[in-house]
Design a protein around this ligand. Structure first.
Ligand code: UT7
Length: 329
């Protein structure tokens, strides 16, 4: 079975830092609540920098670090829940910015599991001989969809991007990927809004309205929390079993950075020390699909993860989606 490696990885974090106390002028909250309930101290805001731009900045650096030339990249997969445009895809905008025109390029939306889904797809394209190298970009501007009247969700999210060049190698690769659409209503944001246009009048039909359409991001925090604390340890356990490894064989786990308490619960259910988990939620909050690759970039840059380490990446999010990967870095 073909393995894959991450030959280059990089992130882009927007400059503007939002402190917990920055929320206190417009919602009833405080630093103590946010810190103890979520583990988040700061998050960064793109201040409307386009998502494709953030993605391009990370992607350019990841390609440079990979040592692979642009013409050896046969596919760009962009994972985002906050595209600037419905069409064209963010992947095509990034492709054009980087001068990689000609290769395959498309977006996926698997919410916070998006990076794991995209790396799994990259593995499948490479294994099938359909791509030599794949550029995976995760870019998110959640500040553009967050509901700043909802204190239980707006404090969670941050903006940022990260990209990885995925290349073939000898090592083993295992994945557990899935979704449970029965939880689709627990975490949602609209991309197209109901409209009234002349054809309704021509046909004499009243337009349909969707009472679940909240426009900005809506989250049932408790339901998503329940899903997360059940799913994260389950998929980490399953991917290890698939890889024929035990938790002790693994050097590090990079989980989706949604809430420190979710990660602590997963660690305790798996009987794993927290030291195996890479954490940076305190600085960046939840950056949806960018969260795992931003954390992975930092883990590599700080020496927490080294070449040859056996790692697990595990995410969960809207959909409800989930995904875990076990590979050698
Ligand atoms: O990446 C996508 C995946 N998303 C997630 O993983 C999110 C999963 N859910 C969570 O992380 C948590 O459910 C939250 C952080 C969203 C909420 O934490 P919680 O411990 O479940 O709080 P809660 O909703 O049970 O609320 C407890 C109390 C409530 O007040 P009362 O009713 O007890 O008086 C809330 O109104 O905390 C209140 N509260 C706040 N207080 C101060 C909610 N948000 C805030 C806030 N500041 N920002």
């Amino acid at each position: 079975m073909q393995g894959i490696k991450i030959s280059g990885i990089a992130s882009y974090i927007p400059e503007t830092v939002i402190e917990n106390n920055d929320f206190t002028s417009f919602i009833e909250t405080n630093d103590e609540w946010i810190t103890t309930r979520t583990g988040i101290k700061t998050r960064h805001c793109a201040m409307n920098m386009p998502t494709w731009k953030m993605g391009s900045l990370a992607a350019r650096k990841a390609i440079e670090r990979s040592g692979i030339s642009g013409d050896e990249i046969d596919l760009i997969i962009c994972s985002t829940v906050t595209p600037d445009t419905l069409i064209p895809s963010t992947a095509c905008l990034i492709q054009n910015e980087l001068g990689l025109n000609g290769c395959q390029a498309f977006d996926i939306n698997s919410a916070c599991s998006g990076f794991v889904y995209a790396v799994d797809m990259a593995h499948k394209y490479i294994s099938a001989g359909s791509a030599r190298n794949v550029l995976v970009v995760s870019a998110e501007s959640l500040s553009r969809v967050a509901d700043y009247t909802d204190r239980s969700s707006c404090i969670l999210f941050g903006d940022g991007s990260a990209a990885a060049v995925i290349s073939p190698c000898e090592g083993k690769f295992s994945s557990v990927i899935g979704a449970d659409g029965s939880g689709a209503g627990f975490l949602r944001a609209s991309s197209v809004h109901p409209v009234t246009h002349p054809l309704f009048a021509v046909k004499g039909i009243e337009p349909e309205t969707d009472e679940n359409d909240h426009g900005q991001l809506y989250q049932d925090g408790k339901e998503v929390y329940k899903f997360a604390v059940a799913t994260l340890p389950r998929i980490i356990g399953e991917v290890l079993e698939k890889a024929g490894l035990t938790a002790d064989d693994i050097d590090s786990i990079v989980p989706h950075q949604a809430n420190i308490r979710i990660i602590q619960t997963a660690a305790s259910k798996l009987g794993l020390p927290m030291e195996k988990f890479f954490l940076n939620i305190e600085k960046y909050g939840n950056t949806s699909s960018a969260s795992i690759p931003i954390a992975l970039t930092e883990a590599v840059e700080t020496g927490f993860i080294k070449r040859g380490d056996k790692i697990v990446l595990a995410g969960f999010g809207a959909g409800l989606t989930y995904g875990a990967i076990c590979m050698e870095f």
